[in-house]
Design a protein around this ligand. Structure first.
Ligand code: DGI
Ligand code: FE
Ligand code: FE
Ligand code: FE
Length: 186
């Protein structure tokens, strides 16, 4: 495996400074949520740190990997917002040499969520949403809800993300909608 310093260097070289700073804050927030929910703090912090590793990969590189790795061709109908998690996990495995499927799955699910989510999936999904750099209206309520109950935080984020996407007349990735249907009633 790569050393921590090698991972930090590769992460830095794959994104700009403000995205890197976001990743550091997500890492710290994931550590805090792990402590609150009795999960391995170091594993949560690492996953949070690398969750957006592929956020600034060019679209053509994503398309190439989707085809070469024979991933679901429906992915080609979507864009970087969906790819940087779902396909981003491939880049994490390839470049950062991380093979832990729990970590890779949490990265795959960090944007869309999923009908079934592990504790690590939920920690990273919520840390990304409530990290202290976030400024959207309602972020304080989101932080409070999430720190009181992680599952309620997941439901909160999914509902608000759907509202946000519909307001923009953006497409809803079916998995995001499936996740909302399951988590909104939990
Ligand atoms: O990568 P970050 O910006 O830190 O955060 P993220 O990975 O949670 O991505 C958030 C963006 O992804 C946000 O602008 C909404 C978008 N998104 C989430 N679910 C869907 C989606 N975009 C589309 N088109 N469809 C979705 O279902
Ligand atoms: Fe992301
Ligand atoms: Fe997110
Ligand atoms: Fe993020």
């Amino acid at each position: 495996p790569l050393s921590s310093n090698e991972i930090i260097t590769k992460e830095k070289n794959n994104m700009d400074q403000s995205r890197f700073n976001h990743c550091v804050r997500v890492s710290e927030t994931a550590r805090k949520l792990a402590k609150l929910n009795h999960y391995d703090e170091n594993k949560a912090a690492l996953t949070g740190f690398i969750h957006d590793y592929a956020k600034q990969v060019p679209a053509d590189e994503f398309r190439k990997v989707i085809k070469e790795q024979k991933m679901d061709h429906d992915l080609l109908n979507w864009g970087p917002a969906i790819w940087h998690g779902m396909v981003g996990a491939y880049f994490v495995q390839r470049d950062l040499k991380i093979i832990d499927t729990e970590i890779l799955n949490a990265i795959k699910r960090h944007t869309t969520a999923d009908v079934e989510m592990t504790l690590l999936d939920k920690i990273v999904f919520m840390a990304d949403y409530i990290e202290p750099g976030r400024t959207f209206a309602g972020v304080e309520e989101a932080q409070e809800v999430t720190c009181n109950n992680l599952d309620s935080g997941v439901a909160y984020q999914l509902a608000h993300t759907l509202e946000f996407l519909i307001k923009k007349r953006d497409k809803i990735y079916p998995r995001t909608l499936d996740a909302y249907n399951v988590w909104s009633t939990k």
